[in-house]
Ligand binder design. Structure first.
Ligand SMILES: [Zn+2]
Length: 83
């Protein structure tokens, strides 16, 4: 499920929650109603989630942020070791 705010975001992006900001291409992550962090892939499977996706944010520099569903790292915009 998506909150009204997230529905508005998705409807501006062909019905999908974006994985990066535009412009800027900064990495986005999502937050559900239990305050779990979600990667964009999992946030887009919101029909399968128990909780509503309520918020999103840019991961600027948290290099220990992991998706609570799939455990994928949410890569920060400004990581320590950019390759
Ligand atoms: Zn995930």
């Amino acid at each position: 499920m998506l909150s009204a705010k997230m529905q508005g975001l998705a409807s501006g992006h062909d019905g999908e929650l974006p994985s990066h900001t535009f412009p800027g291409a900064y990495p986005l992550f999502y937050i559900d109603s239990s305050m779990r962090a979600l990667c964009p892939d999992c946030a887009n499977k919101h029909e399968q989630l128990d909780n509503e996706v309520i918020e999103f944010d840019v991961n600027w520099e948290n290099d220990s942020l992991y998706c609570d569903i799939c455990n994928e790292q949410i890569v920060p915009a400004y990581g320590e070791d950019e390759k």
